[in-house]
Design a protein around this ligand. Structure first.
Ligand code: KG4
Ligand code: ZN
Length: 333
Protein backbone atom coordinates (compact mmCIF):
# COMPACT_ATOMS: atom_id res chain seq x y z
CA UNK A 1 0.00 0.00 0.00
CA UNK A 2 1.26 3.48 -0.89
CA UNK A 3 0.41 6.24 1.60
CA UNK A 4 0.84 10.00 1.64
CA UNK A 5 1.70 11.28 5.14
CA UNK A 6 0.92 14.84 6.21
CA UNK A 7 2.33 16.57 9.29
CA UNK A 8 1.19 20.07 10.29
CA UNK A 9 0.88 19.86 14.09
CA UNK A 10 3.11 22.83 14.87
CA UNK A 11 5.68 24.81 12.90
CA UNK A 12 6.78 22.41 10.18
CA UNK A 13 4.85 21.58 7.04
CA UNK A 14 5.89 18.09 6.05
CA UNK A 15 4.78 15.46 3.54
CA UNK A 16 6.10 11.99 2.74
CA UNK A 17 5.22 8.91 0.72
CA UNK A 18 5.65 5.49 2.32
CA UNK A 19 5.07 2.20 0.57
CA UNK A 20 4.49 -0.94 2.63
CA UNK A 21 6.64 -2.96 0.19
CA UNK A 22 9.26 -0.43 -0.97
CA UNK A 23 9.61 1.67 2.20
CA UNK A 24 10.00 5.43 2.27
CA UNK A 25 9.86 6.81 -1.27
CA UNK A 26 10.24 10.53 -0.59
CA UNK A 27 9.82 13.12 2.12
CA UNK A 28 9.93 16.92 2.27
CA UNK A 29 9.75 19.46 5.05
CA UNK A 30 9.30 23.20 5.13
CA UNK A 31 10.36 24.73 8.44
CA UNK A 32 8.69 27.93 9.66
CA UNK A 33 11.63 28.92 11.90
CA UNK A 34 12.32 32.17 10.03
CA UNK A 35 8.62 33.10 10.19
CA UNK A 36 8.38 32.78 13.98
CA UNK A 37 11.93 33.77 15.01
CA UNK A 38 11.11 37.48 15.25
CA UNK A 39 8.38 36.70 17.83
CA UNK A 40 10.60 34.43 19.94
CA UNK A 41 8.21 31.47 19.58
CA UNK A 42 5.49 29.91 17.44
CA UNK A 43 2.56 32.21 16.59
CA UNK A 44 -0.33 29.76 16.00
CA UNK A 45 -2.26 31.89 13.49
CA UNK A 46 0.84 32.48 11.37
CA UNK A 47 1.65 28.78 11.52
CA UNK A 48 -1.82 27.83 10.16
CA UNK A 49 -1.66 30.36 7.36
CA UNK A 50 1.77 29.19 6.28
CA UNK A 51 0.69 25.53 6.28
CA UNK A 52 -2.14 26.51 3.91
CA UNK A 53 0.33 28.15 1.51
CA UNK A 54 2.90 25.36 1.57
CA UNK A 55 0.93 22.13 1.71
CA UNK A 56 -0.23 21.73 -1.90
CA UNK A 57 3.04 22.75 -3.61
CA UNK A 58 5.00 20.53 -1.20
CA UNK A 59 2.70 17.57 -1.92
CA UNK A 60 3.10 18.00 -5.68
CA UNK A 61 6.86 18.06 -5.20
CA UNK A 62 6.95 14.99 -2.96
CA UNK A 63 4.92 13.05 -5.55
CA UNK A 64 7.36 14.09 -8.26
CA UNK A 65 10.32 13.07 -6.11
CA UNK A 66 8.76 9.64 -5.56
CA UNK A 67 8.00 9.37 -9.31
CA UNK A 68 4.31 9.01 -8.46
CA UNK A 69 1.10 10.57 -9.68
CA UNK A 70 -2.05 11.26 -7.62
CA UNK A 71 -3.52 7.98 -8.81
CA UNK A 72 -0.61 5.97 -7.34
CA UNK A 73 -1.73 6.94 -3.83
CA UNK A 74 -3.80 4.31 -2.02
CA UNK A 75 -4.23 6.03 1.32
CA UNK A 76 -3.65 9.28 3.20
CA UNK A 77 -2.49 9.72 6.81
CA UNK A 78 -2.48 13.06 8.59
CA UNK A 79 -1.57 14.13 12.13
CA UNK A 80 -4.79 14.43 14.11
CA UNK A 81 -3.49 15.14 17.65
CA UNK A 82 -1.87 16.60 19.69
CA UNK A 83 -0.84 19.99 18.36
CA UNK A 84 -2.03 23.50 17.56
CA UNK A 85 -5.73 23.34 16.62
CA UNK A 86 -5.53 25.60 13.56
CA UNK A 87 -2.36 23.98 12.28
CA UNK A 88 -3.80 20.47 12.73
CA UNK A 89 -7.01 21.50 10.98
CA UNK A 90 -5.12 22.57 7.87
CA UNK A 91 -3.44 19.17 7.48
CA UNK A 92 -6.58 17.23 8.39
CA UNK A 93 -8.83 19.17 6.02
CA UNK A 94 -6.30 18.87 3.21
CA UNK A 95 -5.87 15.14 3.79
CA UNK A 96 -9.58 14.40 4.07
CA UNK A 97 -10.46 16.47 0.99
CA UNK A 98 -7.74 14.80 -1.03
CA UNK A 99 -8.88 11.37 0.09
CA UNK A 100 -12.46 12.20 -0.89
CA UNK A 101 -11.40 13.49 -4.31
CA UNK A 102 -9.19 10.46 -5.00
CA UNK A 103 -11.71 8.05 -3.42
CA UNK A 104 -9.06 6.49 -1.19
CA UNK A 105 -9.16 5.91 2.61
CA UNK A 106 -7.73 8.41 5.08
CA UNK A 107 -6.64 8.09 8.70
CA UNK A 108 -5.92 10.59 11.47
CA UNK A 109 -2.71 9.57 13.23
CA UNK A 110 -1.55 10.33 16.78
CA UNK A 111 1.63 12.41 16.55
CA UNK A 112 3.17 10.72 19.60
CA UNK A 113 2.60 7.24 18.22
CA UNK A 114 4.23 8.40 14.99
CA UNK A 115 7.29 9.65 16.95
CA UNK A 116 7.46 6.35 18.82
CA UNK A 117 7.38 4.33 15.58
CA UNK A 118 9.92 6.50 13.71
CA UNK A 119 12.75 3.97 14.30
CA UNK A 120 10.76 1.51 12.16
CA UNK A 121 11.65 3.64 9.14
CA UNK A 122 15.15 2.19 9.49
CA UNK A 123 16.27 -1.25 8.35
CA UNK A 124 17.71 -1.99 11.78
CA UNK A 125 14.69 -1.61 14.05
CA UNK A 126 13.66 -3.07 17.42
CA UNK A 127 11.88 -6.31 18.16
CA UNK A 128 8.89 -6.37 20.53
CA UNK A 129 8.57 -5.90 23.40
CA UNK A 130 10.61 -2.78 24.00
CA UNK A 131 10.75 0.23 26.26
CA UNK A 132 10.21 3.63 24.64
CA UNK A 133 11.51 6.86 26.09
CA UNK A 134 9.36 9.44 24.34
CA UNK A 135 10.90 12.87 24.79
CA UNK A 136 9.33 15.72 22.85
CA UNK A 137 8.35 19.33 23.39
CA UNK A 138 5.11 18.44 25.15
CA UNK A 139 5.70 14.92 26.51
CA UNK A 140 8.20 12.91 28.50
CA UNK A 141 6.98 9.36 28.92
CA UNK A 142 8.26 5.85 29.48
CA UNK A 143 6.10 3.40 27.58
CA UNK A 144 6.21 -0.37 27.38
CA UNK A 145 5.46 -1.37 23.79
CA UNK A 146 4.17 -4.94 23.36
CA UNK A 147 3.26 -4.45 19.69
CA UNK A 148 2.18 -1.59 17.44
CA UNK A 149 -0.97 -0.27 19.11
CA UNK A 150 -0.31 -2.04 22.45
CA UNK A 151 1.11 0.55 24.80
CA UNK A 152 1.43 0.68 28.58
CA UNK A 153 2.41 3.89 30.33
CA UNK A 154 5.10 3.24 32.94
CA UNK A 155 5.90 6.80 33.92
CA UNK A 156 5.81 10.40 32.76
CA UNK A 157 6.68 13.93 33.74
CA UNK A 158 4.69 15.45 36.56
CA UNK A 159 5.23 18.97 35.23
CA UNK A 160 7.37 20.24 32.31
CA UNK A 161 8.40 17.94 29.46
CA UNK A 162 12.15 17.59 28.83
CA UNK A 163 11.96 19.50 25.53
CA UNK A 164 9.86 22.19 27.19
CA UNK A 165 12.60 22.45 29.86
CA UNK A 166 15.21 22.99 27.16
CA UNK A 167 13.04 25.65 25.51
CA UNK A 168 12.24 27.48 28.77
CA UNK A 169 15.85 27.49 29.98
CA UNK A 170 16.92 28.76 26.55
CA UNK A 171 14.48 31.66 27.05
CA UNK A 172 15.84 32.36 30.54
CA UNK A 173 19.34 32.56 29.05
CA UNK A 174 18.10 34.88 26.29
CA UNK A 175 18.72 32.44 23.42
CA UNK A 176 16.70 32.81 20.21
CA UNK A 177 13.93 30.47 19.04
CA UNK A 178 14.12 27.49 18.59
CA UNK A 179 15.78 27.35 21.99
CA UNK A 180 16.29 23.62 22.65
CA UNK A 181 18.79 22.73 19.93
CA UNK A 182 20.59 26.10 20.32
CA UNK A 183 20.98 25.53 24.08
CA UNK A 184 22.31 22.05 23.46
CA UNK A 185 24.94 23.39 21.03
CA UNK A 186 25.97 26.08 23.50
CA UNK A 187 26.34 23.46 26.23
CA UNK A 188 29.18 21.88 24.27
CA UNK A 189 31.30 24.95 25.05
CA UNK A 190 30.47 24.97 28.77
CA UNK A 191 32.91 24.00 31.51
CA UNK A 192 32.06 21.02 33.71
CA UNK A 193 31.75 21.57 37.46
CA UNK A 194 31.16 25.34 37.49
CA UNK A 195 27.43 24.90 38.09
CA UNK A 196 25.78 21.81 39.49
CA UNK A 197 22.07 21.17 39.75
CA UNK A 198 20.52 18.28 41.71
CA UNK A 199 19.10 15.51 39.54
CA UNK A 200 15.30 15.67 39.92
CA UNK A 201 13.53 12.61 41.42
CA UNK A 202 16.84 10.77 41.81
CA UNK A 203 16.03 9.13 45.13
CA UNK A 204 12.47 8.37 44.11
CA UNK A 205 12.08 4.80 42.82
CA UNK A 206 8.97 5.66 40.77
CA UNK A 207 9.31 6.10 37.01
CA UNK A 208 8.15 9.70 36.87
CA UNK A 209 10.12 12.81 35.90
CA UNK A 210 10.01 16.43 37.00
CA UNK A 211 11.82 19.29 35.31
CA UNK A 212 10.18 22.46 36.58
CA UNK A 213 12.24 22.66 39.80
CA UNK A 214 15.40 22.36 37.72
CA UNK A 215 14.21 25.25 35.56
CA UNK A 216 13.72 27.39 38.68
CA UNK A 217 17.20 26.43 39.94
CA UNK A 218 18.65 27.54 36.60
CA UNK A 219 16.74 30.83 36.78
CA UNK A 220 18.10 31.54 40.26
CA UNK A 221 21.68 30.65 39.28
CA UNK A 222 21.47 32.89 36.19
CA UNK A 223 19.92 35.81 38.09
CA UNK A 224 22.64 35.65 40.76
CA UNK A 225 25.46 35.39 38.22
CA UNK A 226 27.41 38.03 36.28
CA UNK A 227 25.49 36.93 33.17
CA UNK A 228 28.54 36.63 30.91
CA UNK A 229 28.58 34.59 27.71
CA UNK A 230 30.79 31.96 29.40
CA UNK A 231 28.39 31.68 32.35
CA UNK A 232 25.59 31.09 29.85
CA UNK A 233 27.56 28.18 28.39
CA UNK A 234 28.45 26.78 31.82
CA UNK A 235 24.81 26.87 32.94
CA UNK A 236 23.70 25.29 29.65
CA UNK A 237 26.26 22.53 30.22
CA UNK A 238 25.07 21.82 33.77
CA UNK A 239 21.38 21.96 32.81
CA UNK A 240 21.79 19.59 29.87
CA UNK A 241 23.84 17.14 31.94
CA UNK A 242 21.19 17.08 34.67
CA UNK A 243 18.30 16.49 32.24
CA UNK A 244 20.17 13.75 30.39
CA UNK A 245 21.18 12.03 33.65
CA UNK A 246 17.57 12.16 34.88
CA UNK A 247 16.25 10.69 31.61
CA UNK A 248 18.84 7.93 31.65
CA UNK A 249 18.38 7.00 35.35
CA UNK A 250 14.65 6.47 34.95
CA UNK A 251 15.06 4.63 31.65
CA UNK A 252 17.50 2.22 33.29
CA UNK A 253 15.16 1.76 36.24
CA UNK A 254 12.24 1.02 33.88
CA UNK A 255 14.30 -1.52 31.93
CA UNK A 256 15.31 -3.23 35.15
CA UNK A 257 11.82 -3.21 36.68
CA UNK A 258 10.17 -4.58 33.55
CA UNK A 259 12.95 -6.95 32.51
CA UNK A 260 13.36 -5.39 29.06
CA UNK A 261 16.55 -4.95 27.11
CA UNK A 262 15.43 -3.19 23.93
CA UNK A 263 14.93 0.54 24.16
CA UNK A 264 13.71 3.16 21.71
CA UNK A 265 14.47 6.83 22.29
CA UNK A 266 12.21 9.05 20.16
CA UNK A 267 10.81 12.60 19.88
CA UNK A 268 12.65 15.89 19.42
CA UNK A 269 14.99 15.50 22.40
CA UNK A 270 16.25 12.18 21.01
CA UNK A 271 18.30 14.35 18.62
CA UNK A 272 20.37 15.45 21.62
CA UNK A 273 23.99 14.41 21.18
CA UNK A 274 24.79 13.99 24.88
CA UNK A 275 21.70 11.85 25.46
CA UNK A 276 22.66 9.56 22.57
CA UNK A 277 26.30 9.39 23.68
CA UNK A 278 25.49 8.48 27.28
CA UNK A 279 22.74 6.08 26.26
CA UNK A 280 25.05 4.29 23.82
CA UNK A 281 27.87 4.00 26.37
CA UNK A 282 25.56 2.58 29.00
CA UNK A 283 23.84 0.16 26.65
CA UNK A 284 27.21 -1.18 25.51
CA UNK A 285 28.16 -1.77 29.11
CA UNK A 286 24.85 -3.42 30.00
CA UNK A 287 24.27 -5.40 26.79
CA UNK A 288 21.17 -3.40 25.79
CA UNK A 289 20.02 -2.55 22.28
CA UNK A 290 19.13 1.10 21.75
CA UNK A 291 17.28 2.41 18.72
CA UNK A 292 16.80 6.02 17.62
CA UNK A 293 15.15 7.53 14.58
CA UNK A 294 17.68 8.99 12.14
CA UNK A 295 18.40 12.60 13.13
CA UNK A 296 16.03 14.26 10.66
CA UNK A 297 13.19 12.01 11.90
CA UNK A 298 13.71 12.78 15.61
CA UNK A 299 11.92 16.10 15.32
CA UNK A 300 8.60 16.59 13.51
CA UNK A 301 8.39 15.05 10.05
CA UNK A 302 5.85 13.33 7.80
CA UNK A 303 7.78 10.10 7.19
CA UNK A 304 6.77 8.86 10.64
CA UNK A 305 3.13 9.84 9.98
CA UNK A 306 3.11 8.05 6.62
CA UNK A 307 4.67 4.94 8.22
CA UNK A 308 2.16 4.85 11.10
CA UNK A 309 -0.81 5.54 8.82
CA UNK A 310 0.32 2.92 6.33
CA UNK A 311 0.52 0.30 9.07
CA UNK A 312 -3.12 0.83 10.10
CA UNK A 313 -4.59 1.62 6.66
CA UNK A 314 -3.03 -1.58 5.33
CA UNK A 315 -5.02 -3.45 8.00
CA UNK A 316 -8.29 -1.82 6.96
CA UNK A 317 -8.36 0.81 9.72
CA UNK A 318 -9.46 4.21 8.39
CA UNK A 319 -11.60 7.29 9.14
CA UNK A 320 -15.18 6.14 9.41
CA UNK A 321 -17.24 9.18 8.52
CA UNK A 322 -16.80 12.54 6.84
CA UNK A 323 -16.40 14.45 10.10
CA UNK A 324 -13.01 16.18 10.34
CA UNK A 325 -11.71 15.83 13.91
CA UNK A 326 -8.50 17.15 15.43
CA UNK A 327 -7.48 17.48 19.09
CA UNK A 328 -5.04 19.91 20.72
CA UNK A 329 -4.39 17.37 23.47
CA UNK A 330 -4.31 13.75 22.62
CA UNK A 331 -2.28 11.40 24.68
CA UNK A 332 -1.28 8.10 23.18
CA UNK A 333 -2.44 6.27 26.31
O1 KG4 B 1 9.15 16.10 18.76
P1 KG4 B 1 9.31 17.54 18.52
O2 KG4 B 1 9.94 17.98 17.24
O3 KG4 B 1 7.96 18.27 18.64
C1 KG4 B 1 6.98 17.90 19.53
O4 KG4 B 1 6.22 16.97 19.19
O5 KG4 B 1 6.97 18.47 20.64
O6 KG4 B 1 10.15 18.07 19.76
C2 KG4 B 1 10.51 19.38 19.87
C3 KG4 B 1 11.29 19.52 21.14
C4 KG4 B 1 11.54 20.98 21.47
O7 KG4 B 1 11.20 21.19 22.83
C5 KG4 B 1 13.03 21.13 21.24
O8 KG4 B 1 13.62 22.08 22.08
C6 KG4 B 1 13.55 19.75 21.53
O9 KG4 B 1 12.56 18.89 21.04
N1 KG4 B 1 14.83 19.49 20.85
C7 KG4 B 1 15.98 19.29 21.51
C8 KG4 B 1 16.98 19.09 20.52
N2 KG4 B 1 16.38 19.18 19.29
C9 KG4 B 1 15.06 19.42 19.53
N3 KG4 B 1 16.27 19.26 22.82
C10 KG4 B 1 17.54 19.03 23.19
N4 KG4 B 1 18.54 18.83 22.31
C11 KG4 B 1 18.31 18.86 20.98
N5 KG4 B 1 19.31 18.66 20.12
ZN1 ZN C 1 6.67 16.12 17.54
Amino acid sequence: MRVLGIETSCDETAVAIYDSRDGLLSHLLHSQISLHAQYGGVVPELASRDHICKLLPLTKEVLKKARCTWSDLQGIAYTQAPGLMGALLVGATFGRALGYALTIPTLGVNHLEAHLLAPFLEEHHPNFPFLALLVSGGHTQLIQVEAIGEYKLLGETLDDAAGEGFDKVAKILGLPYPGGPILSKLAQEGCPGIFEFPEPMRKNKELNFSFSGLKTAVLQAWEKSLKTEQIKKDIAYAFQKTVVDALISKTMLALEKNKLNNVVVAGGVSANTLLRKKMDALSLRMGLSVFYPRLEFCTDNAAMVAYTGCYYLDRGISDKNLKIQVKARGSLL
